[in-house]
Design a protein around this ligand. Structure first.
Ligand SMILES: *Cc1c(COP(=O)(O)O)cnc(C)c1O
Length: 391
């Protein structure tokens, strides 16, 4: 193969380009009609009551941490196998991140490890949990909801890897990843390697109108111009003109532009087809590696995996990575455990603290996984992997 094969990439069509050009020819580059249209369509796609578009997934996490009341003294549990933003959002608000180990079968935050951690401390010690649908494998949010309710905690689902994913709970109830029916809030990213690309972009889904209104305000500086949202003390004007607005609290400028929203909305039209293609690619990898020394993660029957990543595990990971690289295949590692990062070591974490996450990290490699990967390209990747690892 002459062209490099990355682990993930966006898919831009002529329709996408036309949608962005349409905004550029119009009067509003930001806060235009595409934003509300994208929010509405995304909420419908995910099955969530409310959606708030923001400038990126990290901003989405930050605003959720604010809306959930994270501050100094707040302790929040998350996984070490995630992008660091899942943890950083707690630090932005001055809270403390407490990691728990993974379940090696799913690579997701291990609910039993979380339960043990919570039960080892007095009630009220922890405030919330941030489970991550790592690689697109849906977290059992029903089980986490029950645990959270038992201990009075909130849940923030990092669904960046799982738009379109779903699972069936122990009672037969069906849930879509990030629909905020079980979690208090959920977030998504529209970075180009994710399912839907906006360039930069993010979305929060909320289960209640109160959280929705609060997040809408926080994304625009903390300002509201809705009379229903006004709060005393007023400015003393007996009759407020059309210009009147209030800065109610300290927020941020975390808005998405109308161009980005138009791109996201256009991409969303193909979301089902793109997810179907990801699943097709995963099934081909599964078949190719069955019975070989290449370990794969097999979802259980009750989950609809969204396959942001296709992760394999192997003893000589560095050797395989270099071998693929020499063949123009740019596999990637997801993730270096967050607790081992120098910043989180400064916060008191140490290598060795979470052995299952660290063992997974030493063996993992993400193979190319994106809707426009051709069958020939995928076969070339499979042959290269098996040539190195052995059939
Ligand atoms: C991509 C990602 C984020 C952050 O999203 P950005 O849009 O890049 O800020 C957060 N969490 C996870 C798990 C991600 O993969």
């Amino acid at each position: 193969m002459n062209n490099p094969i990355p682990y993930g990439r966006q898919h831009i069509t002529e329709e996408d380009i036309a949608a962005v050009a349409h905004v550029l020819r119009g009067p509003m580059l930001t806060q235009g009609p595409s934003i509300g249209a994208f929010e509405k369509a995304f909420a419908e796609y995910i099955g969530a009551p409310y959606a708030v578009a923001v400038s990126n997934g990290t901003a989405a996490l930050h605003l959720c941490a604010m809306a959930l009341g994270v501050g100094p003294g707040t302790r929040v549990i998350t996984t070490s196998i995630t992008f660091s933003a899942s943890a950083n959002c707690i630090r932005y608000c001055g809270g403390e991140v407490v990691f728990a180990d993974i379940d090696p079968d799913t690579v997701l935050l291990d609910i039993n490890a979380v339960r043990k951690l919570i039960e080892a401390h007095p009630r009220g010690y922890f405030s919330g949990i941030i489970p991550v649908d790592f690689a697109g494998y849906p977290v059992d949010m029903a089980a986490f909801r029950a645990l959270a309710d038992e201990h009075g905690l909130w849940l923030l689902e990092d669904s960046c890897h799982s738009p379109g994913g779903s699972f069936v709970d122990a009672n037969g109830g069906s849930h879509r990843c990030g629909d905020s029916s079980l979690a208090d809030l959920a977030i998504f990213s529209f970075h180009p390697v994710k399912h839907i690309a906006c360039g930069e972009g993010g979305m929060i889904t909320a289960g209640t109108e109160a959280l929705y209104n609060h997040l809408m305000r926080l994304r625009t500086h903390g300002i509201t111009n809705k009379p229903g949202d006004f709060t005393p003390p007023y400015d003393g004007e007996p009759e407020r003109g059309g210009w009147y607005m209030q800065l109610r609290e300290l927020g941020y400028n975390y808005r998405l532009t109308d161009m980005q929203a138009a791109l996201g909305l256009s991409q969303l039209q193909r979301a089902d087809a793109m997810l179907a293609r990801r699943r097709e690619i995963a099934a081909r990898y599964d078949n190719a590696f069955a019975g070989t020394a290449v370990a794969t993660i097999r979802p259980t029957q009750n989950v609809g995996h969204a396959y942001h990543l296709y992760v394999i595990q192997t003893d000589n990971r560095k050797g395989l990575y270099d071998h693929l690289r020499a063949k123009n295949i740019f596999a990637q590692v997801h993730y270096i455990p967050v607790h081992t990062m120098p910043y989180y070591q400064q916060q008191g974490n140490r290598p060795g603290d979470f052995p299952l996450a660290e063992c997974y990290y030493s063996r993992c490699l993400s193979l190319p996984m994106y809707p426009t990967l051709t069958d020939d390209e995928q076969q070339y990747v499979i042959d290269a992997v098996l040539a190195f690892v052995g059939r």
